[in-house]
Design a protein around this ligand. Sequence first.
Ligand code: NDP
Length: 244
Amino acid sequence: MKQVAIVTGASRGIGASIAQRLARDGFAVVVNYAGNAAEAGKVVDAIAADGGTAIAIQADVAKAADVRALFDQTIGQLGRVDVLVNNAGIMPPQLPHLGATDDDTFDRLVAVNLKGSFNTMREAAAKLQSGGRIINFSSSLVGTLLPGYSAYVATKAGVEAMTSVLAKELRGKNITVNSVAPGPTATALFLDGKTPELIERLAKMAPLERLGQPEDIAGAVSFLAGPDGSWINGQTLRANGGMV
Ligand code: NDP
């Protein structure tokens, strides 16, 4: 039986690339999505065309009942869960300074990025196989702390903190918990609402002088999910071309 990886938010962007990479690594992959069934279906089809195994399951990670069903359907259809990649996340295109941030924006960021990661980690703590891996998603903005990102960065700093605590709480279960913290990466989440000049300026912040591509981040996740990552636990890996 193949090992099974759930990738949240895998219909687009970084998550779609992670799903395809983990399928090539030999995992049966659950392509989770919130609303975009057509895009999730395309990722499943691409994996199947490449000889891999994948299914799509809808679940809003902000809803605990959806996340419970995501794990139960995965175990029902694929038999087990070995890897959770907590990639689903949101970042509104326009983020004002803290003083001008409205309640809805703050609450939605917390619900998806922080509570969503909590919901999936809670299920994983109970249902992952021995030898399992949990890979959370932070952001290199936790390091740069740029103006305009206070609410977003608070959710990601919380994810990093939960990562280290859960790694300790899973003592004896042979499950590692780590975070990946990308820098600017060429997806809708980063590109939407930015001028070409701003994109160029942010891309040049890294000494490698380019944006990350989803495949760059998928490579870091593949390392943490695979045999070579087995001794890394409770850490946050910044994958950002050296920006911070
Ligand atoms: P995208 O906006 O390109 O894709 C987001 C994905 O998350 C989609 O598949 C979307 O599903 C899914 N999603 C959104 N909300 C939910 C939800 N409530 N429940 C389940 N799935 C949901 O984002 P990226 O690929 O850029 O980002 C992936 C992760 O990387 C995020 O956690 C982000 O914070 C982090 N990150 C990204 C950076 C970047 O520069 N791109 C930099 C640092 C961190 P659907 O298609 O159904 O809407």
